[in-house]
Design a protein around this ligand. Structure first.
Ligand code: GYE
Length: 306
């Protein structure tokens, strides 16, 4: 249709809102649940969704965003695979008067006018919660606690922030030491590979801190293959609380999970409608999350929605 003064740039036919969504990939259980949430909510909200999967590559996301600009969608939403390098393409969207919403992950642009709002978790807080649990758990022991860290995708907001939050929390106890830290790219196979190398190079590992459930699940395979018992010989802390992670937690193979909610779809559609209508929205919308012990996981496992 013809966009009158003050209305959003592209209304590609009818009253239906068109959203271009540039997803990170399909790297984890979290991501699969997040994609489903966005697709289900779009349908429910009557939003025409154009969806692309960047296979964890920034260049693919940039291409997808450029094609959404060309198609004159009403709004662009995306989950930036890494934090840096977005200013150019975001300026292109701004020049085309297409509003952008960040979901799940942040960008490090200093120009806050390049996007309308950022919906997602507080990753520093998640890392802190993981570290706080370990501080409590290790209170009674006097020995050094050797921790290996399996980081998420290098340069991504959740990897940067979870690392920071965890390091901050374990400062409370000098006997907690990170002896190795490497990226497993948020995948199960990545977690397994990194853990295999850690086990080879470190004789005495007490704890794994994995930045997501999938990496933790991969680490479990490596630990078992090395003849050790995950959850006992080596304790495991992860983030996400997806079905497979929660199952491993209830089975005693993981010791603690910090929840990170992938169910962002409804809030995203809501924000998109407001932004397109020209309403002001908060510049930051933080997801509410909890934590789970093994006992708590047993109680909620059956009722988890993802
Ligand atoms: O924790 C991980 C996924 O960005 C919060 O990405 C998300 C993270 C999530 O691959 O499983």
């Amino acid at each position: 249709g013809t966009a009158g003064a003050g209305s959003a740039a592209g209304t590609s036919g009818g009253d239906k809102i068109t959203m271009g969504f540039a997803q990170v990939g399909a790297e984890s259980g979290w991501r699969t649940a997040n994609t489903k949430s966005v697709q289900d909510s779009a349908k429910k909200a009557g939003v025409d969704l154009k969806f692309s999967d960047a296979q964890q590559k920034q260049e693919n996301q940039i291409k997808a965003i450029r094609s959404y600009i060309q198609q004159k969608v009403d709004v662009i939403a995306f989950s930036p695979v890494v934090e840096s390098g977005w200013d150019t393409v975001l300026k292109e969207a701004k020049n085309a008067k297409i509003p952008v919403i960040l979901t799940d992950r942040a960008v490090d642009s200093s120009d806050k006018t390049l996007y309308k709002t950022f919906l997602g978790s507080d990753f520093v807080e998640e890392g802190k919660k993981a570290g706080d649990w370990l501080v409590k758990e290790s209170k009674s022991s006097t020995d050094t606690v050797n921790i290996v860290e399996i980081q998420g995708t290098t340069g991504s907001a959740p990897a940067n922030d979870r690392k920071e939050g965890f390091a901050e929390a374990i400062k409370a106890d000098p006997k907690l030491k990170i002896v190795a830290s490497q990226s497993g790219d948020f995948t199960r196979s990545g977690g397994k590979q990194v853990m295999e190398a850690f086990l080879k190079n470190n004789a005495d590992i007490d704890v794994v801190f994995a930045h997501n459930d999938d990496e933790g699940l991969g680490a479990i395979e490596a630990i078992e293959a090395a003849g050790k018992v995950p959850g006992k010989d080596i304790k495991i802390i992860t983030i996400d609380a997806v079905k497979d992670g929660m199952t491993a937690l209830s089975n005693g193979k993981i010791n603690y999970i910090v929840e990170c909610s992938p169910m962002l779809g409804d809030q995203l559609m809501d924000l998109a409608k407001k932004v397109i209508a020209g309403e002001t929205v908060p510049e930051r919308v933080v997801t509410e999350e909890t934590t789970f012990t093994q006992e708590q996981a047993k109680q909620v496992l059956a009722s988890r929605p993802y």
